[in-house]
Design a protein around this ligand. Structure first.
Ligand code: NAD
Length: 383
């Protein structure tokens, strides 16, 4: 079977769905690999890097889509800026496309893929079960975002992160508050601790206390009995009273800490608004908020998704939504590893198939041979 990797066309997207390392892996699995000219250039992989490991460079996207059986992408198919037509229209019947799709938010895209008669698998719909962790791009990209959030915060913060005793004077460590301790939040805690900051974290799921504490963070709590974790292990919308108490805690903390990183999300819901104007107004001049929930509307009411702003009291609010793309070599490496694990689940070489009895495939399959099979209510149980 043949695999093709086009150059991403979403503006500013630097990632690529295959690295030279993953090409080696795919070839070992029995696939032949075709890469569009300059597909990896923004992730620092040259055409030569790919040809050295046995891939074939194809000059145009049109040619690539015509040639291969399986297409690996990062961003969901969209209008190609060069050809002025939808990437789905460039696909051939029965082709298999694997990329982010966000099917619940993208019914029009599913229709395009249906019209094209392809099979489409959404990397953002890989079931979040232990066995599928190796394929889970939401986790690998969240890890990168959590790391980068701290690096960005440190970049805007006008003091040291770590405490120091120097001949010129004693410097206190920065205090960092992390709101939401899922995959991204835990990565932020690890990074901020690594840089020497004092770290506090809050989450509605009490199960994360141990993880926060084992990383050297302090787990903050509110004085109200309510569990934020559903039986499936996910977070739920909390009661108004709980959110009110939580916001009081953040308002008090905001006066003391230097950096706040927010990552609070509830599956399929807009991000909860947790930092209001008066909380930001109470922060010290020079403080930084990095809102990793910006893409889902933001945890801070002042966040401008995709932008970094400075408030009148000197607080920088980072609402950038492209941290994985900013670390394109790293994110492409992890994304392509996730893809290779998925391909491996689909059977090597001649045995390759879209086997729906495999729960990982079943959970992420959105279009099967031109038929929309995506169902927002379909769940694969947590194991
Ligand atoms: P997420 O990105 O959906 O949410 C981030 C965090 O925000 C969560 O920890 C959530 O509890 C928290 N949150 C929600 N509302 C909040 C509020 N009002 N205040 C404070 N915090 C709030 O979460 P995620 O990173 O996708 O991870 C969620 C869970 O799923 C974790 O336990 C993780 O270990 C688990 N997980 C399992 C797998 C797997 O088994 N394959 C993969 C990924 C994640």
């Amino acid at each position: 079977h043949s695999i093709g990797v086009p150059k991403e066309v979403f503006e500013g997207e630097c990632r690529v769905a295959a690295t030279p390392e993953s090409v080696i892996w795919m070839r070992k699995m029995g696939f032949s690999v075709f890469i569009e000219h300059d597909a990896g250039v923004n992730a620092k992989f040259s055409d030569e890097d790919y040809t050295k490991v046995g891939a074939t460079i194809v000059q145009t996207a049109e040619e690539l889509y015509k040639k291969v059986e399986i297409v690996l992408k990062v961003r969901a198919p969209m209008i190609h800026p060069l050809y002025k037509k939808h990437e789905a229209q460039m696909m051939r019947k029965s082709q298999i496309v694997i990329s982010y799709l966000y099917p619940a938010q993208n019914p029009a895209l599913l229709e395009e893929l249906k019209k094209a008669g392809v099979t489409a698998i959404a990397m953002d719909k890989i079931p979040r079960i232990s066995r599928a962790q190796k394929c889970d791009v939401l986790s690998s990209m969240a890890g990168i975002s959590g790391y980068r959030a701290v690096i960005e915060a440190a970049n805007y913060f006008p003091r040291y992160m770590t405490g120091q005793i120097t001949a010129a004077g004693k410097v206190p460590p920065a205090k960092v508050l992390i709101i939401g301790a899922g995959v991204a939040g835990l990565a932020s805690i690890g990074t901020a601790k690594g840089l020497g900051a004092i770290v506090r974290a809050f989450d509605t799921r009490t199960a994360v206390r141990e993880q926060i504490e084992s990383m050297g963070g302090e787990f903050l709590t509110v004085d109200i009995e309510e569990e934020g974790e559903t039986t499936g292990g996910y977070s739920k919308t909390m009661s108004e009273e709980y959110i009110r108490r939580e916001m009081e805690l953040f308002k008090e903390q905001a006066r003391d800490v230097d950096i706040i990183i927010t990552t609070a999300l509830i599956p399929n819901k807009p991000a909860p608004k947790l930092l209001l104007e008066d909380t930001v107004a109470g922060m010290k001049n020079g403080s930084v908020i990095v809102d990793l929930a910006a893409e889902s509307g933001g945890n801070c009411v002042l966040t401008k998704p995709g932008e970094t702003i400075l408030t009148s009291n000197g607080v920088t609010i980072v609402g950038e939504t492209d941290f994985p793309s900013k670390m394109a070599t790293q994110s492409s490496t992890l994304y392509s590893n996730n893809l290779c694990h998925l391909l491996d689940e689909m059977g090597k070489g001649e045995n390759f198939s879209v086997n729906q009895s495999n729960e990982i495939i079943y959970g992420s399959l959105c279009v099967a041979q031109g038929e929309i099979v995506f169902d927002p209510n379909r769940t694969v149980s947590v194991t």
